[in-house]
Write a protein that binds this ligand. Structure first.
Ligand code: MG
Length: 468
């Protein structure tokens, strides 16, 4: 699957070395592959622990090298580590080889600009145009550059993350922390982080061999091992990462899954509470989240006198808006915390240190911190829909939604907001499906909304069929 947000596929089926190499040639050309010698563009490449990672890496390196790029190979690193290194090394761009939370048979390329932020829609389009045109800038033999290995990424990343918090205070609490890295890229670096914070670590699935012990999406159903461990052992908190460690889910000291939506809300609550004694204009205090993120974070922002802005789904949209608005914190409800003091990208390590300091400073248990937040139930569903009719269907849906007393937003699919609930219907960027996300004060009401809107969509599809 090739889209403006990258290329991903099943290894041995759709994701072949030829395709990956051509994407490397396209990206090398995109970043200025016609520049040579000392001018040669520098590209940072990292990968998660997937078994297919090495194959994909060699293919993409061949493509990049052929266009005259010089390469820094970070080896196995988390996505946030790679993006921090793009900036630190003043590289012209970067590629991370990871299918993120997708199952083990998948792999993918993610493309970043020189600022370490994902390519935006326009940039992604330019890259795709180059790929399809196939007019690559190939270097001559004497213009071919080198691949340099750099293993300093973890230390640099840890240093940046640890600057955010009072490490002495966290150390003094001697927390016991369980960690499930899904045998992904988060394993080593997060163990080191927790060690530096004086935590006693109980690791589960922290062997970075890429053999995922469960579906890697950090959701309730996939984290049963961690929940049982947290319930059985005397832990203060348990953390779970996806294989490239940009997302973080939290399990409390009793073994209850808090829900990924609470990760950003808890981190935001802590960071924003630190502003209380500062005197700067409250009008400039901004939090940025996407359209599908829980209202919990929105209400947390309001509690602390901040504005909360919503942008279309996609990390790049959040990151770019945060930079424009000089936002204090932001991210995505899927466990993606973005703290601009470290980098404009989702980072599970940032989430971990903020939550630990929040526990250390308040003296509260993680379950108590979660209970202090507004209580909402979010439900998500997806339905298959032919791509060609998606726009029409959403259009009709927004017309029929008029008059239901809702606030209508059509910046990203259709979002309807009522006093105590909301629903967001949007086409996926990567699959021929429509996602429906609903949130209400009870899960029954949220489920009802999901049902109501999937019925409406099915009805519209049926009407289309009959017209033909
Ligand atoms: Mg990820």
């Amino acid at each position: 699957m090739i889209s403006i947000s990258g290329v991903r596929g099943i290894v041995g089926e759709s994701l072949t070395p030829e395709l990956v190499m051509r994407m490397g040639e396209a990206f090398g050309t995109y970043v200025g592959g016609n520049k040579t010698g000392p001018e040669a563009p520098l590209i940072v490449v990292g990968r998660d622990t997937r078994v297919s990672g090495e194959m994909v890496k060699h293919s993409v390196l061949a493509g990049l090298l052929s266009t005259g790029c010089s390469i820094v190979d970070l080896g196995v690193v988390t996505t946030p580590t790679a993006t921090i290194m793009i900036e630190a090394l003043k590289a012209n761009g970067g590629i991370v080889i990871s299918a993120s939370h997708n199952p083990i048979e998948w792999n993918a390329l993610k493309f970043f600009g020189s600022d370490g932020i994902y390519l935006d829609t326009e940039e992604g389009k330019q890259l795709l145009d180059l790929y399809y045109q196939g007019d690559f800038k190939h270097a001559r033999w004497h213009q071919i550059q080198e691949v340099t290995k750099d293993s300093s990424g973890d230390d640099r990343h840890l240093e940046e993350v640890l600057k955010l918090v009072d490490t002495k205070l966290i150390r003094s609490r001697g927390f016991t922390v369980a960690l499930d890295s899904c045998n992904g890229a988060g394993a080593g670096i997060t163990e080191k982080l927790l060690e530096k914070l004086g935590c006693q670590l109980i690791p589960i699935h922290c062997t970075p061999d890429g053999l995922f012990p469960h579906d890697p999406e950090p959701s309730f159903l996939n984290l049963q091992d961690l929940c049982e461990l947290a319930a059985r052992e005397d832990v203060d908190v348990a953390f779970a990462q996806d294989p490239d460690a940009d997302r973080l889910a939290i399990v409390d000291e009793n073994g209850s899954f808090l829900g990924e939506e609470y990760t950003l809300a808890l981190a935001a609550d802590f960071v924003l509470s630190g502003l209380e004694n500062k005197t700067e204009e409250t009008a400039t205090r901004v939090v940025v989240i996407n359209m599908s993120t829980s209202r919990v974070t929105e209400e947390v922002a309001l509690r602390h006198g901040c504005r909360c802005l919503r942008v279309p789904v996609g990390e790049v949209n959040v990151a770019v808006r945060m930079r424009e608005e000089k936002a204090i914190i932001g991210g995505e409800g899927n466990g993606g915390v973005i703290d601009p003091r470290v980098h404009y990208g989702r980072d599970s390590l940032v989430g971990i240190v903020l939550i630990l300091e929040s526990m250390a400073r308040s003296g509260k248990k993680i379950s108590e911190l979660a209970a202090d937040l507004p209580s909402y139930q979010i439900c998500k569903a997806k339905i298959a829909l032919s791509r060609t009719r998606t726009a029409e269907t959403l259009n009709l849906l927004s017309q029929t939604a008029d008059g239901q007393g809702a606030k209508v937003n059509t910046e990203d699919g259709l979002r309807l907001d009522w006093e105590d609930c909301w629903v967001h219907v949007r086409p996926s960027n990567t699959e021929p499906v429509v996602r429906i996300i609903a949130e209400a004060t009870t899960s029954e009401r949220a489920q009802e909304l999901i049902q109501e809107f999937s019925d409406k969509i099915h009805q519209l599809e049926k009407d289309f069929e009959e017209q033909i």
